[in-house]
Write a protein that binds this ligand. Structure first.
Ligand code: ATP
Ligand code: MG
Length: 593
């Protein structure tokens, strides 16, 4: 992890030292380390391996989202921390790619990119569950030979019905007592393509009356005459998740297999499989254990790959990397930094109870990250013309401002003060409301307001012009030539308003995309709600703004604080020199409430 993120962590904790917050997973790992059972571990070949091994195991059937970021930060973060301790630690990157139907190389590539972008490194430990197909098959045969698995030839419907339900035990299949030899012969024929999809399945022989339905002879292999994106046409039977996952963990010597709470019911099955194979001499202690934590639910968004796919396919958004999407590619394009996402994950912590995290927590993490390191710039988002009546039309006055108030070493930006300027339309009111200290015209015998044009001169409003509909199209002011910022005596002018501006002679037009929540409901898919009903029709507004002249060389993904507005990023895909496009990441303050 970079130095940057360390200092951020320290800042967040409000102390100088980098102390990791404790959580129930750390307590478990600490106890396991203290027990000595995890010291001096070796792999199957007898080579030494770290005491602690975690893994991040996404299925490559979609793009990763902010929920996955929590799992990534947790698994890679634990490995990074415990690697500082005797025995060491690492986190494996595993693509859980055993379902041939929904998976794709495009997804696999984007997953690896996302983890790297978040700042994590798996070194040489990239694995694919599909690489284990031979081993998984071999272990299935071992279980068959020892009477722990059987080929069932009931229809899918019958298997489902005969599983029973919560109050009612299941019924044994009529094929449950096939001999190991018969099962083995049938399983080999399944593998050799002798049967059609669905004709047979392989099931574990556990207990059809088990109170936990997951344990009622779960199906572990099914026939699918479908090519796999990595193994091609080699297989026509594929192992199911519950069988694959625990065995993959064991093959990789994972010590702590961390997943989300919905897998709690599957834990007894996880243990049954690894312990059965341990008893049969396949695995040795310490075998991996599964631990569950609460998934991340973030307000005003959804974190389900299936629903995100629907948003993309039905064109409710402009693609997986639409800056409104909670995907890592979307969040990245929106302008969030990897540091801010890691900081966010650290602040929300891990627990065993489901809860909702407010989107503003993510936004605040970005502000806390960028406040100290984003260069400042001026942008006028809703331009209104300002004419300085007593400034010569051919004159210009050089002004400057620091690139960052806390980094004088970054130097200054330079720009000119001219007769015609752009200001924000919101910085003028024809009839000021109480407490409005920006520009307003003379009223009765009261003079117009005085404001400082930041880094420029103090001006006094003398009037304004409107179009035929009464819209204000121009504001007129006079300036005080001895009030220029940074010159002796400029402080003699006491004004309450301080507004930004750009010379219309050198303003650079840019497309700016202002984003709001994708959903109007903080919990768009909770209960039996249809998340499509809660789509915010105003989640994207595109405007033409003006930027100060130093912005002409901006590169894609450069980030700035546009003073008084918030944090913005030059769009990764669409921004080019000569045609700048910016996305608003977040405003300076939380405006959602
Ligand atoms: P989805 O439900 O969106 O399809 P998934 O759980 O099926 O997600 P996987 O690819 O299986 O996606 O997830 C990889 C890892 O990320 C798993 O360990 C999973 O538990 C974890 N994960 C997925 N969603 C979240 C979330 N919202 N919060 C925390 N961890 C998550
Ligand atoms: Mg899953």
């Amino acid at each position: 992890m970079s130095q940057d993120s360390k200092s951020l962590k320290a800042g967040a904790a409000g102390a100088g030292a980098v102390t990791e917050p404790s959580n129930f997973l750390r307590q478990i790992i600490d106890q396991d380390l203290a027990s000595g059972a995890f010291s001096q571990r070796t792999n199957f070949a007898g080579d030494p391996i770290p005491s602690i091994i975690t893994r991040f195991p996404p299925e490559p059937n979609g793009y990763l989202h902010i929920g996955h970021a929590k799992s990534i930060c947790l698994n890679f973060g634990l490995a990074a921390d415990y690697n500082q301790q005797p025995g060491g630690a690492r986190c494996n990157m595993r693509l859980d790619d055993t379902n041939p139907v929904k998976e794709d190389v495009e997804y696999a590539d984007s997953i690896l990119d996302a983890v790297k972008w978040l700042g994590f490194d798996w070194g040489t430990h990239l694995y694919h569950a599909s690489d284990y197909f031979d081993r998984l098959y071999e272990f299935a045969e071992i279980l068959i030979q020892h009477g722990k698995a059987y080929v069932d030839s009931q229809s899918a419907d019958d298997i489902h019905t005969n599983r029973g339900n919560f109050g009612q035990a299941g019924k044994n299949s009529p094929y449950r007592d096939r001999s190991p030899a018969e099962n083995l012969a049938l399983f080999r024929e399944m593998r050799d393509g002798k049967f059609k999809d669905g004709e047979h399945v392989l099931r574990l022989k556990i207990d059809m009356a088990h109170p936990n339905i997951v344990m009622r002879d779960p199906v572990v292999y099914r026939i699918r005459h479908t090519d796999h994106h990595r193994t091609g046409s080699k297989w026509c039977i594929y192992p199911l998740y519950d069988f694959t996952h625990c065995i993959s963990d064991a093959l990789e010597n994972v010590s702590h297999s961390i997943c989300t709470l919905e897998f709690e019911n599957n834990r007894p099955l996880y243990d049954w499989i690894v312990n059965s194979l341990k008893e049969l001499g396949v695995f040795k202690d310490p075998v991996p254990h599964q631990y569950e934590f609460a998934r991340l639910n973030l307000t005003y968004t959804i974190t389900s790959k299936r629903k995100l796919l629907q948003l993309v396919e039905e064109k409710h958004v402009d693609g997986w990397d639409d800056p409104r999407m909670p995907t890592i590619v979307g969040i990245r394009r929106r302008g969030y930094t990897p540091e801010s996402i890691r900081l966010f994950c650290e602040r929300i912590g891990v627990s065993k109870a489901d809860s909702w995290i407010d989107m503003s927590t993510l936004d605040q993490a970005l502000r806390d990250d960028l406040e100290v390191r984003a260069p400042r710039a001026t942008a006028v988002l809703k331009p209104l013309k300002l004419v300085v009546e007593n400034f010569d039309a051919n004159a210009k006055e050089l002004c400057s401002a620091p690139r960052h108030p806390q980094h004088p070493e970054w130097g200054n930006r330079e720009f000119h003060f001219t007769r015609e300027l752009w200001i924000e339309a919101d910085d003028f009111m024809k009839e000021p409301i109480k407490g409005f200290f920006r520009l307003y015209p003379p009223i009765g015998d009261q003079p117009g307001s005085r404001v400082r044009l930041r880094h420029g001169f103090v001006v006094e409003c003398t009037g304004f012009e409107t179009d035929a509909q009464g819209n204000v199209i121009q504001v007129n002011v006079t300036h005080f030539p001895d009030s220029k910022s940074g010159t002796p005596g400029s402080n003699n002018y006491k004004v309450k308003g301080n507004i930004h501006w750009i010379s219309s002679a050198e303003a650079i037009p840019a497309e700016v995309r202002l984003y709001d929540h994708l959903f109007t409901d903080p919990h768009p898919d909770s209960g039996d709600k249809n998340f499509l009903d809660a789509i915010n029709p105003n989640s994207k507004e595109t405007i033409t703004a003006y930027l100060e002249p130093c912005m002409k060389d901006v590169k894609p993904e450069d980030r700035f604080q546009f003073e008084r507005h918030g944090y913005f990023i030059a769009d990764k895909a669409d921004s080019k020199p000569g045609k700048l496009v910016f996305n608003r990441t977040v405003g300076l303050k939380d405006s959602w409430k």
